[in-house]
Design a binder for this molecule. Sequence first.
Ligand SMILES: N[C@@H](CCC(=O)N[C@@H](CS)C(=O)NCC(=O)O)C(=O)O
Length: 129
Amino acid sequence: MQLYDNAFSPFARKVRMVLDFKGLEYETLDGLDLANHDLLVAVNGRVEVPVLVDGELVVVNSADIVASLEHVYPEHPVYPAEPATRARARGSAAPTTPSIRSWSTSPTGTSWTVRTPCRRACSRLPGPI
Ligand SMILES: N[C@@H](CCC(=O)N[C@@H](CS)C(=O)NCC(=O)O)C(=O)O
């Protein structure tokens, strides 16, 4: 299993925490390292980390990666079993993910990334932090 990762990405960190909790073995690749840019583009047209590659399965977006891991590797569950609690747990992550203003590094430099709630538009404010 291969994780397109980045040390500064809270989304990638979330996926690493789940992989570690489940005791799964994986390799990491810094997807935001310029040297790996083409590799990242090939697996995620949004050019974002994290991306999980598990054989033929390629999953992007941290919440979807966690859901996929939970489905494929149900041992050591990270979601509550009880449906209402599970729905609340999953829903609690949803409002923060699309609108987060994150510090991010990329092949084009370090920037603030602002995402709109619909996640269709993404603009960058100029200048490094
Ligand atoms: N909704 C996505 C957000 C992923 C995201 O924003 N990743 C940032 C790093 S924290 C990224 O790869 N940005 C690309 C860039 O800065 O060029 C998720 O939950 O995985």
